[in-house]
Design a protein around this ligand. Sequence first.
Ligand SMILES: [Zn+2]
Ligand SMILES: [Zn+2]
Length: 252
Amino acid sequence: MGRSNGQPASGSNLPGRLHRHRHRGGWEGVPSTPLLAAQSEAEDEILEAIWLLREQGSDRVPELTQRADWPGDKAPLERLRAAGLIELADDTVKLTPAGEARARAIIRRHRLAERLLADLFEMEEASIEATACQFEHILSPEVTDNVCTLLGHPPHCPHGRPIPRGECCIHYRKDVRPIVLPLTELPAGAQARVVFITPRAYTQIDRLSTLGLVPGSIISLRQKRPAYVLRVGQTDLALDSAIARDIYVRMV
Ligand SMILES: [Zn+2]
Ligand SMILES: [Zn+2]
């Protein structure tokens, strides 16, 4: 999607804070129709902010507009209401079904981009955020599902926040080969590198990490039944499938 306002596209000089987009411009003076790319991005940012606020348990407009990256007035909210994407009542804001669907898709693209950049490109934490912010506006639904499939349909972003499920997570796709997959999908006998372990498994990981099972370690899967047995270094570990499902690996 192009930019119509001539603002620099790079966010590389952004500070490391999460989810800010002041560099984009395009917040003010954008005609309400036709829907320009810049305005659509500005709307995306607000829908995303509403979603993040809700994850923190709040629907309060003042909390939304107190954010450092907020444009400074309520006009953008009025535009979103006019577009049927949000409902405003007193000091609260709620996503309509249409707004919910759009916010969900934005969050999904953002968090999948984070996973992609962290796990496959092994990018530094500081650069991940700015790049993920750009990806969230440009990934098509088709590409998004391909990325999700390549990454083994990860349940969480690297910060441990849930990634909304997509069509691909429900219907198994045969046309894209995953690069990253849960240990349970790895064929017996295969060698793999641990890419990430979901937060749910952290308590087990404490125990397992002392045995060398951490992101980056090379494992070989010796058997899948009756329990998963993998070799890490010189040690054989037996895991039940609930834990094996939370360990994502990449074949080597
Ligand atoms: Zn994240
Ligand atoms: Zn998926």
